[in-house]
Design a protein around this ligand. Structure first.
Ligand SMILES: Cc1ncc(COP(=O)(O)O)c(C=O)c1O
Length: 385
């Protein structure tokens, strides 16, 4: 699981420096007070460098990152944006906030976007695709990118769970037109609340930067209050304290991923001869190992696995219990989503519903007690032998 397990002196020192040497909490201006300290700017540069992309933009949350991405792509009412049935509600909220209609694909045994269904759901109104790397396992990027390129539609990678994962040795979030990240408290890297966008295209990055800051172009020749603007926007600016924490967390990303991969391997080894089938990880990809997901025969067995894990003082992560926040088939509170799928979400994504109902997700921690893999094995064995 997450970077919060490693929050410590490094984060404190970064924040302390802001208070002791700058005391400016705003990412721009106040040059005469801040002693040259620009934490958000440094965090963006360090993140871009780590992800090996030319541009990064820090924002207030992963949800904001998605909203800014859609604004930079000029998504507007009447457009359609396609994403997948298994994601957090935020992905669809960002589409609705942009004024576009959310269109949902089924998932496959990666529990991410089914590329065949994506191809079927593209219409002349489709203006963007948001593929999600749920629970840290890469989506089928090769196939999804092919579909996006064939139809000339920009691909946004919702990398909220995928920070540090790779496909073909390139970081998740850097394969599409824009990658978005979340640094909320449950994520691989955390700034408490926060998010990031990464771009290859300079113009797109500049557009996103302006939009997330009321349209400010941050013209270096003008004071901020006389700054130039070409369009309106909104305020999704990250503050200096988050930038400071992000700088410290970024230095721990490799350690978090390495520990998670090792712990996941230990758990997998402990349970692999039980009657389970593991979630597919696409060839050529390295997951963040945020969770270990396996399939059982039906929902009843999945729920019994969950109960047995809880009785043993362990637990599950999202699956099978928390689908209400993570499965579009349950989001009756979103009229445009309901209307776009025949007025009834209950049966709109049958494959996804069956797959998610049969799934059990085990959380992976950075710090894991030695006896955890065996305790998981014993708990699951009582149900699935
Ligand atoms: C897939 C996905 N996208 C976006 C978000 C939104 O991130 P945030 O909580 O930083 O707004 C989340 C949060 O869990 C998520 O899981």
């Amino acid at each position: 699981m997450p970077g919060f397990e490693l929050i410590g002196q490094e984060e404190f020192n970064q924040v302390k420096q802001v208070f002791e040497e700058s005391r400016v909490l705003f990412r721009h201006s106040f040059d005469n007070l801040r002693n040259g300290i620009f934490k958000v700017r440094d965090f963006e540069e360090a993140f871009a460098c780590r992800m090996q992309v030319p541009h990064a933009l820090a924002v207030t949350s992963g949800t904001a990152a998605l909203r800014v991405a859609l604004a930079a792509l000029d998504i507007k009412p009447g457009d359609e944006v396609i994403t997948q049935s298994f994601t957090f509600v935020a992905t669809v909220e960002a589409i609705i906030e942009s004024g576009a209609t959310p269109i949902i694909t089924e998932i496959d045994d990666t529990l991410n976007m089914d590329p065949a269904d994506l191809d079927v759901k593209i219409t002349e109104k489709t203006r963007a695709i948001i593929a999600v790397h749920m629970l840290g396992v890469p989506a089928r990027l090769r196939e999804i990118t092919n579909v996006a390129q064939r139809h000339d539609i920009p691909l946004v990678e919702d990398t909220a769970w995928g920070c540090g994962g790779t496909f073909r040795n390139k970081f998740l979030g850097t394969h599409g037109t824009i990658g978005t990240f979340s640094f909320d408290f449950a994520k691989t890297m955390t700034t408490g609340e926060g998010g990031m966008l990464v771009f290859h295209d300079e113009k797109l990055a500049a557009k996103a930067k302006a939009w997330h800051d009321h349209g400010h172009e941050n013209n270096p020749k003008l004071p901020r209050w006389e700054d130039s603007r070409a369009s309106s926007g909104f305020n999704f600016r990250m503050m200096e304290l988050q930038g400071a924490i992000g700088l410290a967390q970024l230095t721990k990303l490799d350690q978090v991923i390495a520990a998670q991969r090792l712990n996941k391997k230990k758990i997998k080894t402990a349970i692999e001869n039980l009657a389970v089938r593991f979630r597919t990880v696409p060839d050529g990809s390295e997951e963040t190992a945020d969770a270990l997901v396996f399939f059982v025969d039906d929902n009843n067995i999945a729920l019994r696995c969950r109960d047995a894990l809880i009785d043993s003082g362990l637990g599950t992560k999202i699956l099978p219990e928390a689908v209400t926040w993570h499965f579009a088939g349950t989001w009756d509170h979103m009229p445009s989503l309901v209307n776009a799928h025949g007025g009834n979400l209950g049966n709109a994504f049958p494959n996804s519903k069956t797959l998610l109902g049969r799934s059990v997700a085990l959380p992976i921690n950075v710090r894991m007690k030695d006896d955890v893999p065996q305790r998981i094995r014993i708990a699951l064995k009582s149900v699935i032998g």
